[in-house]
Design a protein around this ligand. Structure first.
Ligand SMILES: [Zn+2]
Length: 295
């Protein structure tokens, strides 16, 4: 029996765009797989995360997942002492690459770091400006409007869910959860959500006996027929330092009957009416702070 798994590739930084995206496009072509790339297009300020090393929980996670080798020192200092480089100015041709090779491309962020870190303090005006600049820039680069989006770090709140309605996305992928659903905010039903169902590498590596040796088997064991399966990887991680391991995952998954596909296919395959549900803030093992979850 075929197990359908949505493959979502988040692209957060200059380095992930420049090095990770072309490598993943080549790798996926080798195995005839299409996926959904969610792109960050504005300034790369991810180096500001460096200051979070002073928070013990974040430091433990960075050490557990060996973040310096995962993300690269360039990303760790990017935007710390100077304004972050504009990804859209340097790398528009690479942002276009997955779109030109048949993958689905959606909006991830204007400024990934600032959204992920400060969303709780965003005014409506500031949040709309992030969404609008991201949407307009990606539209210009692709030559067509992106039809899907995924907020950085699964950090969505009522304000962001309502503002995103203005952009006519066919779906959003803003939360963790277990099924496609229609979110309800303030008595209004909004655009369909396709949640990420599986954990990411940095959330589970080094916990509960999961190491590089059994990581791929663990992920595959979590994919089951008859349920929503959405796996998120990062261009910065699986596209660079873990590219070889990710290729092994693709090979092993194929043997186990798994078919990776873009998230838009999961929406198209949905024939039953979707249940209406709320999105709440919650935490998960291995990730600092809150994320949006399907209730
Ligand atoms: Zn991201």
């Amino acid at each position: 029996m075929t197990i359908h798994v949505g493959l979502r590739i988040d692209v957060d930084t200059i380095r992930g765009t420049r090095d990770g995206v072309p490598a993943l496009v080549r790798l996926l072509a080798k195995y005839d797989i299409q996926a959904t790339f969610f792109m960050s297009v504005g300034p790369d300020n991810m180096g500001r995360n460096l200051w979070r090393l002073f928070k013990p929980k974040f430091l433990v996670k960075m050490l557990r997942s060996n973040a310096a080798s995962l993300y690269g020192y360039e990303t760790l200092i990017s935007g710390t002492a100077w304004p972050g480089t504009m990804i859209c100015k340097k790398l528009a041709h690479i942002i276009r690459l997955p779109h030109e090779t048949g993958h689905e491309v959606g909006l991830h962020a204007w400024d990934h770091y600032t959204w992920q870190t400060h969303i709780d303090r965003f005014s409506e005006k500031r949040m709309l400006s992030h969404l609008q600049r991201g949407f307009d820039t990606l539209t210009e680069i692709l030559g067509s409007r992106p039809k899907a989006s995924a907020v950085p770090g699964w950090r969505a709140n009522e304000k962001s869910l309502l503002l995103k309605e203005r952009f006519g996305f066919s779906y959003n992928s803003d939360c963790r959860g277990k099924s496609l659903f229609v979110p309800m905010v303030g008595g209004k039903t909004l655009t369909t959500q396709i949640p990420t169902t599986l954990p990411t590498y940095d959330e589970v590596i080094g916990t509960n006996g999961i190491s590089l040796i059994n990581y791929n088997s663990f992920i595959i064991s979590q994919c089951r027929p008859g349920q929503l399966n959405v796996y998120t990887i990062h261009a910065e991680v699986e596209g660079i330092s873990l590219l070889g391991e990710f290729e092994k995952l693709l090979i092993q998954a194929r043997k186990e009957g798994i078919k990776f596909q873009p998230l838009r296919n999961l929406l198209a395959a949905q024939s039953q009416p979707l249940h209406v549900g709320e999105i709440i803030k919650s935490t998960t093992q291995g990730r600092e702070g809150w994320m949006a979850w399907q209730e």
